[in-house]
Write a protein that binds this ligand. Structure first.
Ligand code: UGA
Length: 450
């Protein structure tokens, strides 16, 4: 099928590249001409494992092209995936102006009927508004626009794998033709007929993805409901961790046992600095706004957000307690990205910590496997070191703020020798307290006995 993707951010790029790799003819467009030029030249503007190779392979096969001409892209696609940003406004409400702009462009530029798919995360009722906008901006009545919602559940860092091996594909539709068109688009994934960039020679056997057909409103709600629930789970684990510290429990033992109950599940119960990134914090705000507009008191989401915002305070309190005065202390910071396997620093708790330490006069040497170049322009006084051993040289303390597995695998004996004071404050519970003690460190983490 011929597919047009509007918006070449991380969701648009992964969606476009993977659908092309799965055999469709995909044309991608973005309002940012420089981004399109870079993509046309084969440069990928974000770090996402496997994305480079999928883009290269799909472009090489002639399945994937980029254009800065929105009209060309719109006319070429039978289905148009809207993957533009929906950033938060001051109030937390999602800013839908980019969606509105795209609707206008589609209505003006299209010359035939289209299936218009919302892939961007949007509040409930956006589909309804989108349909109205497409009709309102349309110049002739010779063809029709059908609207569907197809929320994405891609995690940064594993987005390509998530695309090819999803648990579920949700399509919110209000007509059978859209269902069939979307089933066709996802057929290679549902039938596992694609060249998998992750697994060679073959994908491990596993349950096929569920293709769930819902109403458009439900599909929109599913996305916000899922991300908000994940956020809620993390904040719950973080409160448990505080309780463990006060009562002498061990958060690892508590969440491990809880997670064995299939009704709870083991994931997203990791205590620490809390959630960041451009999805969970923004989506929870948007969902709070959706609930308020609908007259529903969903205050547990506000509490989830409040708990999360306190995590950085809590971490800094631990740091002050261990280091006493922060001014002029040499602190090594491990992590800048909001989580491992990404270079994304948006709403990153690590960046919050960095900013707060600088405000208190600490001297920071920061290391991150992928995110240094993103952070460097924001913090001219920080010494950035790609090599973590360089970063800890002469440090009074080491703070771990992103859960990169690379940090876990370091030679900790060497780290101990390099540091001026053997003090580690682990904001992601990445390391084992007992092992760290054996290496001679004073070690603090969240919710575990010291
Ligand atoms: C999230 C969702 O997990 C995806 O399903 C969704 O598609 C995506 O948002 C989106 O809306 O586009 P992502 O933002 O990539 O994905 O990150 P997560 O893996 O959800 O992690 C979010 C944050 O929670 C990170 O800062 C991570 O460090 C933190 N976290 C995660 C914890 O603090 N504890 C945990 O147990 C798990």
């Amino acid at each position: 099928m011929r597919i047009c993707v509007i918006g070449c951010g991380y969701v648009g790029l992964v969606t476009g590249a993977c659908l092309a790799e799965a055999g469709h003819e995909v044309i991608c467009n973005d309002i940012d001409g420089a981004r399109i030029a870079a993509l046309q030249a084969g440069r990928v503007p974000i770090y996402e494992p496997h994305l480079n190779s999928v883009l290269e392979s799909a472009r090489g096969a002639g399945q994937l092209t980029f254009t800065s001409d929105a009209g060309e892209a719109i006319r070429a696609g039978d289905a148009i995936f809207i993957c533009v940003g929906t950033p938060p406004k001051e109030s937390g409400e999602a800013d839908l102006s980019a969606i509105d702009n795209v609707a206008r462009q589609i209505a003006i530029e299209a010359r035939s009927s289209k299936l218009v798919v919302e892939k961007s995360t949007v509040p409930a009722h956006t589909g309804l508004q989108l349909k109205r906008a497409l009709t309102a901006y349309q110049r002739t009545g010779d063809f029709t626009f059908r609207v569907a919602s197809n929320p994405e559940f891609l995690r940064e860092g594993t987005a390509v794998e998530d695309f090819f091996h999803p648990d579920r594909i949700v399509v919110g539709v209000d007509d059978p033709m859209s269902t069939e068109q979307l089933r066709e688009i996802y057929r290679p994934i549902l039938e596992r007929k694609f060249h998998c960039p992750i697994h060679t020679p073959a994908c491990p056997p596993g349950a096929a993805a569920q293709f769930l057909v819902t109403t458009i409103n439900s599909a929109e709600l599913i996305k916000h409901a899922s991300n908000s629930f994940l956020a809620l789970k993390i904040s719950y684990a973080n409160m448990l961790s505080d309780l463990c510290e006060r009562l002498g429990g061990n958060i690892d033992e508590v969440t491990r046992a809880m997670g064995m109950d299939p009704r709870i599940g083991p994931q997203f119960l990791k205590a620490g600095l809390g959630f960041g990134g451009f999805c969970l914090p923004k989506d929870i705000q948007a969902f709070i706004h959706v609930a308020e507009s609908a007259g529903v008191d969903f205050s547990m989401l506000k509490e989830t957000d409040r708990v999360n915002k306190q995590r950085v305070d809590c971490f800094l309190e631990k740091t002050r307690k261990a280091l006493w005065v922060l001014k002029d202390k040499k602190i090594a910071l491990f992590g800048l990205a909001f989580k491992a396997n990404t270079d994304d620093i948006r709403f990153s708790p690590a960046i919050d910590v960095l900013g707060r330490l600088l405000a208190e006069g600490a001297q920071i040497c920061a290391s991150d496997p992928e995110a240094i170049e993103r952070a460097r322009p924001l913090f001219p006084t920080v010494n950035f070191q790609r090599d973590p051993y360089e970063a800890v040289h002469g440090a009074d303390a080491l703070l771990i703020v992103t859960e990169w597995p690379e940090f876990r695998q370091l030679d900790w004996e060497r780290v101990a020798h390099l540091m001026a004071r053997q003090l580690v404050i682990d904001g992601r519970n990445l390391l084992d307290p007992r092992t760290m003690k054996q290496f001679g460190f004073e070690y603090h983490s969240f919710g575990r006995p010291e």
